[in-house]
Design a protein around this ligand. Structure first.
Ligand code: GLY
Length: 356
């Protein structure tokens, strides 16, 4: 009976969040070090600030007591609607302002979402037809599929066909160059900026350019599903399902994937619970879009495993919700720790699985 387990875990998540905002008011953590949110480890890039208030908005859907802190933590993000330095405006604003808008219907919130979508679209490179990553002009990340959605959203809200075209062409390019025939994904693609020619698959956070970094695959399941939801284009549903098949076949009964499916055997013992949480939420979305109960079953099984074996319940010293996430192994950042996106997508998936 997973429902009480999910309800109890969502309750535990709320308790951990309350403790966090009491201990470190107005602090936006990214990953823990030894289970503690406050430390001096580097950020690498600033993409996570929406996840803490995003969880508050999810909880506010069940308990209006969360609205006040959710507003307090969301408002400081508003200037980032103009942030040209990251490719993560979907992560930052769809988790916060979109949820805020859905709960309150305040029209001014939509202006922020639309501007964030327009800013995100400025990353588009005609030569190569992709939204460039924060790394460099020639770089495309699989993660950006999670952020194309805010451009589709802004296009839909404004009727701006050029905006929609940017998101569509980016998604088609990503599908062509980063998703392989077996449904696995590469983390990063490199282009010739002069000609737009695609040069090679590579990686920042995965094991190798030709490997499948599990979180990148989870971003693809979720991101291409979202893309299908906005476009109704069956190519994106097929891509999301191919990625889901690869994920399900290679993750197996254990329910939590290794940090990279192609890392050497010893290294594969290091799991990434954040990939499992993202995949669970993306599979719940895909179950609805594809009308396929298999994805729902796998998502619920994954959530049960996370709830039973991977939360910090029972470890009073640990400040996070979900243990065992991996941020950047090569830089030794957030390895086997709680990570903010893992927390967010875990809470989102639990909320989705429980329904209203
Ligand atoms: N760079 C986004 C991620 O770590 O998944």
């Amino acid at each position: 009976m997973p429902e009480p387990l999910f309800t109890d875990t969502l309750h535990f998540a709320g308790e951990q969040l309350r403790a966090l905002i009491k201990r470190h008011p107005d602090f936006y953590p990214m990953y823990t070090a030894g289970g503690k949110w406050k430390h001096t480890g580097e950020a690498w890039t600033h993409w996570c600030d929406g996840f803490l208030p995003g969880m508050m908005w999810i909880l506010a859907g069940r308990d209006r007591g969360w609205v006040e802190p959710a507003v307090r933590y969301s408002k400081p993000l508003e200037p980032r609607q103009h942030d040209r330095n990251v490719h993560d405006l979907g992560f930052i604003f769809m988790s916060t302002y979109r949820r805020w808008l859905e709960l309150t219907g305040e029209p001014a919130l939509n202006d922020v979402l639309i501007q964030a979508g327009r800013t995100m679209a400025l990353r588009f490179r005609e030569k190569g037809e992709y939204l460039r990553s924060f790394m460099a002009e020639d770089s495309l990340f699989i993660d950006i599929m999670m952020n194309a959605g805010i451009i589709f959203y802004a296009a839909r809200e404004t009727g701006d066909a050029a905006l929609r075209d940017v998101a569509l062409r980016h998604s088609l390019t990503t599908r062509r160059v980063l998703v392989r025939g077996d449904g696995s994904t590469s983390h990063e693609g490199i282009f010739d900026t002069a000609t737009g020619e695609f040069l090679k698959q590579t990686t920042q956070q995965g094991y190798r350019g030709d490997s499948c970094w599990s979180r990148g695959l989870a971003w693809a399941i979720y991101g291409f599903g979202t893309c299908y939801e906005y476009t109704g284009d069956g190519r994106f549903l097929a891509t999301a399902e191919a990625c889901a098949r690869y994920y399900i076949e290679h993750t197996g009964e254990g329910g939590v994937p290794p940090w990279d499916f192609d890392a050497p055997a010893e290294s594969r013992k290091l799991l990434d619970t954040s990939a499992a949480a993202i995949a669970a939420s993306g599979l719940l979305q895909l179950a609805r879009l594809a009308q396929n109960p298999l994805y729902d079953t796998v998502a619920r099984r994954t959530l049960s495993t996370l709830c039973q074996n991977h939360t910090a319940a029972g470890d009073a010293a640990w400040e996070g919700i979900l243990k065992g996430g991996v941020y950047h192994l090569h830089k030794n950042l957030g390895v086997n720790e709680s990570v903010m996106w893992g927390e967010y997508f875990f809470v989102e998936a639990l909320d989705r699985a429980l329904g209203k």
